[in-house]
Design a protein around this ligand. Structure first.
Ligand code: AMP
Length: 285
């Protein structure tokens, strides 16, 4: 039998469900997604299931975080499958509002985290994090979660949201969850669906490059420039791969490092065909 759970589309309905949960003293876990769910998302839902009485999965392709119209248009939308998968992973409710419900006529208020959003993905996608923070803030207000689960796959997003919650004294606890990968190392992503078979075969080069760099760090290399050039050399195995950025940053504030020390993130954004993929790996120097 396939599991089935309510799919709410209005803020009023969602608030009523939250009020009812609170009336019973229930804790709420939120997994915010843009849908086209895969094992990465499902691992977040399972983590939420283990720690909360009510698990809400939001599915909303947020136009405000797309800098490219074409990317927004091509983003996969498969709500029925997503509802079923959410239920099977243990969610109690899906919240999937239409765009007009989240951004009504005259919408004019934005949440902007500074500094952390300037480098990495923020450089080539200048309005992306403003869109992410605004929609996440709205989802937090609508769903009142005690805990919200975010993937380390999107390391900059996780850092930015953690900072927003701290800076604005929000009550929610942000729970980081490890990156889930395909057997060949490719980080799972809804955008992987857009890769054609040749591109899909090439895409694991991101993880190969990251692990090559990690191996160098483990062998004692501390020079970021040397590590970046090792990454470039692995990526050059796929001549069509177009590098957006290779960054080595301190994990806690995402500041660039020239010489690695402490916990650092090695992060990449690479275009394979028309699809931009990101990935990162954490290293201890
Ligand atoms: P998205 O639907 O891409 O906005 O992602 C929704 C949430 O799932 C975010 O917190 C992501 O970081 C997380 N996520 C996406 N891919 C993965 C993955 N491969 N492993 C773990 N978490 C992921």
């Amino acid at each position: 039998m396939t599991a089935s759970i309510p799919c709410l589309s209005t803020i009023d309905e969602m608030r009523a469900a939250v009020d009812e949960a609170h009336a019973h003293g229930a804790s709420i876990g939120l997994v915010a997604t843009m849908g086209a769910l895969h094992e990465g998302h499902l691992s977040l839902i399972r983590a939420a299931r283990a720690e909360n009485d009510l698990v809400v999965v939001s599915i909303f392709v947020n136009p405000a975080q797309f800098d490219e119209k074409d990317d927004l248009r091509r983003y996969p939308r498969v709500l029925e499958d997503d509802s079923r998968l959410s239920a099977e992973a243990g969610a109690d409710l899906v919240f999937s509002p239409p765009v007009g419900e989240m951004y009504p006529e005259g919408f004019a208020t934005w949440v902007q985290v500074e500094e952390l959003t300037e480098g990495m993905c923020g450089r080539s996608r200048p309005r992306h994090f403003r869109g992410v923070c605004t929609v996440v803030m709205k989802l937090f207000h609508i769903c009142s979660p005690d805990r919200a689960y975010f993937g380390e796959k999107d390391a900059q997003q996780l850092a930015v949201i953690t900072r927003m919650v701290r800076d604005l004294d929000m009550r929610v606890t942000i729970v980081p969850c490890p990156t889930v990968r395909e057997p060949d190392g490719l980080a799972m992503s809804s955008r992987n669906r857009r890769l054609n078979p040749e591109e899909r075969a090439e895409a694991p080069v991101l993880y190969r490059a990251l692990t090559a760099a990690r191996d160098r760090v483990q062998a004692g290399e501390r020079d970021a420039a040397v590590l970046k050039s090792a990454i470039r050399s692995v990526l050059s195995e796929v001549p069509t791969a177009e590098i957006d950025y290779i960054e080595i940053v301190r994990a806690h504030d995402l500041s660039s490092v020239a010489t690695l020390s402490g916990t650092c993130l090695i992060a990449l954004a690479v275009r394979i065909g028309r699809t931009r993929l990101i990935d990162n790996i954490r290293v201890r120097a």
